[in-house]
Structure formats: structure tokens, C-alpha cells
Design a protein around this ligand. Structure first.
Ligand SMILES: *[C@@H]1O[C@H](CO)[C@@H](O)[C@H](O)[C@H]1NC(C)=O
Ligand SMILES: *[C@@H]1O[C@H](CO)[C@@H](O)[C@H](O)[C@H]1NC(C)=O
Ligand SMILES: *[C@@H]1O[C@H](CO)[C@@H](O)[C@H](O)[C@H]1NC(C)=O
Ligand SMILES: *[C@@H]1O[C@H](CO)[C@@H](O)[C@H](O)[C@H]1NC(C)=O
Length: 159
């Protein structure tokens, strides 16, 4: 897994929060976010970016498919609202996917503690609904981020 070793150069620490995971009416799960080519290693076995994987993972628990919007620098994806918590949003696998999606855009990620703040039940290292057909989840996304100081850069540094 040496392919992800050199990626974690430096991440901006300061983030401006905005909820960029927006429900949409009719399109299938998709992503408008584009990863920098240096983060191609984050793609899954189907050649899908972590942003598209994130869209799949969050869509399972919602009636409406989700589009993962692109993220300006210094912005990050927020975790679920109290009213929006689900086995999808409160899974660290989903957190890892959104964090990777932020990182690959050269944006900023939040930590698991903040992401899961509104979750009354959390699913560290697991994704209870089961990986949806149409996508695949890379093994590193299943790593339990709570044993990596709740932060994906500590997780990815182990790659
Ligand atoms: C990663 O996925 C994106 C989006 O599907 C694609 O444009 C890119 O070429 C892929 N890169 C690699 C190295 O697979
Ligand atoms: C928790 O959810 C509330 C709305 O229910 C939201 O205003 C708040 O920003 C959320 N907190 C975090 C840390 O995501
Ligand atoms: C990534 O973001 C930093 C600061 O936000 C910027 O200085 C740098 O040029 C960006 N890199 C790319 C490849 O966009
Ligand atoms: C998560 O981020 C918040 C805001 O930056 C910070 O206050 C908190 O200490 C962090 N928690 C962990 C476990 O890193």
C-alpha cells in the first residue's frame, strides 16, 4: 500500500464549515467534484473517485440520491445534522470517503469527532447497510479512523 504514502504533504487545518452534501431530485448519485490527478490512487477498483464513492455511500440511506458538490479550498464536508443521522452518515467509512473527497480536491477535511457530533449511534470501521451495487469501497476506507486519532490524515499516513 505504498501508493498512498506521499500524499499527505500538508493539509490546511482551518476549515470553514458548510454543508455541501445536497439532496437533489432526479439524478442518480453523482459527484460534481473533481480530484487532482495526484490523488488517482484514491480511486476504487471501478475507477471511481472517492467523491463518487461518497455519493453512493450517503445515498443508500436517503430517499433522494445525493450529488456531492465540489468544495472550495478551506471548506469541508460536514457530518449529519441531528435530524439527518443515519447508518450511512454515522459510519466512519462514509466519513473517510468524504474526507478523501475533500483532500483530493485540495480542500479541507474535518475530524471524525466533529463529523459524528450529531450521531447518537456511530459505526466506526463499519458500514451497516452494505456496500451498494455499482460501487466498491477501497480497503483503506474501512479502516477505523477512531484508532487513528479521529483524523483521516493519521489514517492515510499509515497507507
Ligand atoms: C480516477 O477517477 C477519475 C474519475 O473517475 C478519473 O478521471 C481518473 O482518470 C482516475 N484516475 C486513476 C489513476 O484511476
Ligand atoms: C448538528 O446538527 C445541527 C442541526 O440539527 C446543526 O445545526 C449543527 O451544525 C450540527 N453540528 C455539527 C457539529 O455538525
Ligand atoms: C492547494 O491549496 C493550497 C492552499 O489552499 C494552494 O496554495 C495550492 O496551490 C493548491 N494546490 C493545487 C494543486 O491546487
Ligand atoms: C476535532 O476538531 C475540532 C475543531 O477543530 C477540535 O476542537 C477537536 O479537538 C478535534 N477533535 C479531535 C479528536 O481531533
Amino acid at each position: 500500500m505504498s501508493r498512498c504514502r506521499n500524499l499527505l504533504s500538508s493539509f490546511a487545518i482551518l476549515a470553514t464549515a458548510l454543508f455541501f452534501v445536497a439532496p437533489v431530485g432526479i439524478v442518480a448519485q453523482s459527484s460534481e467534484a473533481t480530484c487532482l490527478s495526484t490523488f488517482g490512487w484514491m480511486n476504487n477498483s471501478k475507477g471511481q473517485s472517492p467523491c463518487l464513492v461518497a455519493a453512493y455511500l450517503i445515498s443508500v440511506c436517503n430517499v433522494a440520491p445525493f450529488v456531492v458538490q465540489s468544495l472550495p479550498p478551506t471548506f469541508h464536508y460536514n457530518g449529519p445534522y441531528a435530524t439527518g443521522q443515519s447508518q450511512c452518515g454515522c459510519s466512519s467509512v462514509t466519513y473517510n470517503a468524504f474526507s478523501a473527497c475533500a483532500i483530493c480536491q485540495n480542500a479541507t477535511e474535518t475530524n471524525w469527532s466533529l463529523w459524528s457530533f450529531n450521531c447518537s449511534t456511530v459505526y466506526p470501521g463499519s458500514y451497516p447497510p452494505g456496500v451498494p451495487s455499482g460501487t466498491a469501497v477501497p480497503q483503506w476506507m474501512f479502516q477505523d479512523v477512531t484508532v487513528y486519532m479521529n483524523h483521516i490524515d493519521h489514517l492515510l499516513a499509515m497507507c
